[in-house]
Design a protein around this ligand. Structure first.
Ligand SMILES: C[S@@+](CC[C@H](N)C(=O)[O-])C[C@H]1O[C@@H](n2cnc3c(N)ncnc32)[C@H](O)[C@@H]1O
Length: 305
């Protein structure tokens, strides 16, 4: 069984804009890099190969599934220059201090935000609205509050606000009202329970290529993982841990994430960062055909000055 077969059996994820990532990180032989979102180890293993045995990749993920899979991939590729760390990337400075001196700075830090295809397919979690799965959208497998608690305990106003702010859902209030009405009869426990409640407000439409639950699911995932706050904190830590000339590369998948990265770089323009990408890079048509997930990806990169 070759590596790809082995990888796809356990953990399927096609890395997005891999070539662009590598060129924007401007990899150096013997360089030191942090991959804040290990996922299927697509970026990590290519970075590790390119920098050679003298260099190192510190690869972080919250998900045991990703970390276990990466161990096998790295072993099968004979790569021993990767440190795997289970942590939230908002703590990337503390993770670095575990393995390197406190003053140590990196040549590049990369983020590929959101979730992997393997997590979407994982039936023990509720990232996908397909099938009947537990309402659990935590990257780390548990969260406080859980997605189920958010759905069953948040007020109408709070639910409507997250659906609107994080999902840009036009029917945010009606969906929130229907959730609160339905949960009075019975606790909402599965993705299927939730999809039915959403579809009462937004019926499934064969002509639309967006499922009616897409935006609400995205909003619940962002809320469950405090994704916006965590990203802001992580970017500040990345600023601290990059050496002068070091590269920051971020791939985001929706406007809220991209706005955070854009504003972060705008606020530091000519003080601590110089933009490499003036406008975000999008994937090629060929990649969009091959990997539909890449269609919404936006890559921004900057150099620490
Ligand atoms: C899109 S995937 C990364 C794919 C990866 N670049 C590859 O080449 O396979 C995103 C990964 O980031 C992880 N993740 C998301 N938020 C995180 C956080 N705050 N801290 C650590 N890992 C996080 C997810 O668990 C997921 O495995």
């Amino acid at each position: 069984m070759d590596n790809l077969d082995k990888q796809s059996k356990k953990y399927f994820h096609i890395p997005v804009m891999l070539e662009e990532i590598i060129s924007n990180l401007d990899l150096k032989k013997g360089g030191y890099y942090i991959d804040c979102t290990l996922g299927g180890a697509g970026y990590t293993s290519l970075i590790a190969e390119k920098i050679g045995p003298e260099g190192k990749v510190l690869a972080i993920d919250l998900d045991d599934l990703a970390l276990e899979n990466a161990k096998d991939i790295l072993e099968s590729k004979g790569l021993s220059n990767v440190i795997l760390a289970k942590s939230n990337f908002k703590n990337l400075d503390q993770v670095s201090h575990k393995f390197f001196p406190r003053s140590f700075k990196f040549d590049g830090i990369v983020f590929d935000l959101g979730l992997s295809s393997a997590q979407l397919d994982d039936e023990s979690r509720g990232f996908s609205f397909k099938g009947t799965r537990p309402l659990n959208m935590a990257f780390s497998q548990t969260s406080e509050p859980s997605t189920e608690d958010i759905v069953n305990k948040y007020s109408v106003e709070d639910l409507a606000k997250i659906f609107s702010d994080y999902g840009e859902e036009r029917k945010a209030e009606q969906i929130a009202l229907n959730i609160v009405k339905k949960r009075k009869d019975k606790r909402i426990k599965t993705t299927n329970d939730l999809v039915k409640i959403i579809e009462e407000v937004k019926p499934f439409n064969f002509k639309s290529n967006i499922h009616p639950a897409t935006k609400v699911f995205q909003a619940l995932r962002i809320e469950t993982n405090s994704e916006y706050k965590v990203l802001e904190q992580a970017l500040e830590k990345a600023e601290e841990k990059l050496k002068t000339g070091g590269k920051l590369v971020v791939v985001s998948f929706h406007s809220g994430e991209d706005r955070i990265v854009k504003n972060f770089l705008r606020d530091r323009k000519n003080s601590s960062f110089k933009n490499i990408t003036k406008k975000p890079i999008e994937c090629s048509l060929e990649e969009a055909d091959r990997n539909p997930r890449a269609r919404s990806a936006k890559l921004r990169s900057a150099e620490k000055i």
